[in-house]
Design a protein around this ligand. Structure first.
Ligand SMILES: [Zn+2]
Length: 316
């Protein structure tokens, strides 16, 4: 069926595409804005992310060398959160699940209450029309005891509605994080985790089973196995895929060859998301357009993928 989204794609009209409602369900808040927003805040040019071939290690290097030092300047945290909401608004995002790292407060000495009030103020001031669902993120590289102690102050607030787990994929066994997921589920939060970004189809299924996930961040490794895709489809597990990130990190060669097509053809519920606009420099509208231009999907198919992200899921 023709609508403004399919028309915008067919006319390659990025401006119109940006006005059509869409979701972003895989977005790391502090890297969710454009780099130029942070350049405006600091008043200086910042080195672009360019360590794609090193995968997540490259991201950690860029964060340590370029981005983290900015947070010594008062107001940087608010500027980064503002930048993420500005980006979402300018891209027509109407449903946003954006994660905030649970350890961040401790790292930069910001109280949990201040973190929550910053998010609330940015959402209210910049994009109150967005259905914003705050997410709490955990790094696999930190000891579980540390993560649990970071989680505690937030759990009682009822502010965060989902959790996510990321960083180096095999940093420690997934079983270690079961307690965090049990804790989150008890608090009524949706359970998500990064899996199969670089890993295999088996690692995606394992993550879903061990942590009892509702959704997987990335999960593209599943495309190797018809059996795992069937299982994901039958169990209603959706994958929040980020094509620009996969291409930038050299996991996938191009939009034309992205496994999103295989997942879609096997009935897996997929969505398109940004991951880190600051690093990969592509909003969702740009990604939809690139997927269309590459010939991987028709406009109608991309519209179905767009709607996947806007549908209400269980508990939401
Ligand atoms: Zn991610």
């Amino acid at each position: 069926m023709k609508n403004s989204f399919t028309e915008a794609l067919e006319n390659r009209d990025l401006r119109l595409l940006r006005k059509v409602p869409k979701s972003d369900l895989h977005n790391h808040a502090l890297m969710g804005g454009r780099l130029r927003s942070m350049e405006k805040f600091t008043g200086k040019k910042l080195e672009k992310f360019g360590h794609g071939s090193k995968g997540v290690h490259g991201i950690n290097e860029w964060l340590g060398e370029v981005y983290r030092p900015l947070f010594d300047v008062p107001g940087a945290f608010k500027a980064a959160v503002d930048a993420a909401f500005l980006q979402a608004r300018s891209d027509g995002v109407t449903r946003l699940e954006m994660s905030m790292d649970a350890f961040m407060g401790r790292l930069f000495n910001i109280r949990p209450e201040e973190i929550v009030s910053t998010f609330t103020a940015s959402h209210h001031d910049i994009a109150p029309e967005i259905d914003f669902r705050p997410e709490l993120g955990f790094s696999k590289s930190l000891p579980v005891r540390t993560l649990l102690s970071c989680f505690e102050p937030y759990a009682g607030m009822g502010y965060f509605r989902s959790i996510d787990l990321y960083d180096i994929e095999d940093a420690q066994p997934l079983e270690n994080f079961r307690e965090i997921y049990r804790f989150a589920r008890k608090a009524g939060m949706k359970c998500k985790a990064h899996a199969g970004e670089f890993g295999s189809a088996g690692s995606v299924r394992q993550a879903v089973e061990i942590l009892e996930l509702d959704e997987v961040q990335h999960g593209i490794g599943a495309a190797e196995s018809p059996e795992v895709m069937k299982w994901l489809s039958e169990n209603g597990i959706s994958l929040n895929v980020c094509p620009a990130s996969n291409i930038s990190l050299k996991r996938v060669r191009s939009y034309k060859t992205h496994p999103l097509r295989i997942l879609f053809d096997h009935g897996v519920k997929v969505t398109v998301n940004t991951d880190d606009v600051m690093l990969f420099n592509a909003g969702n509208s740009e990604q939809y357009l690139r997927l269309f231009r590459s010939g991987l999907f028709t406009a109608e198919e991309l519209d179905r993928i767009r709607m996947n992200g806007l549908e209400r899921t269980q508990g939401n």
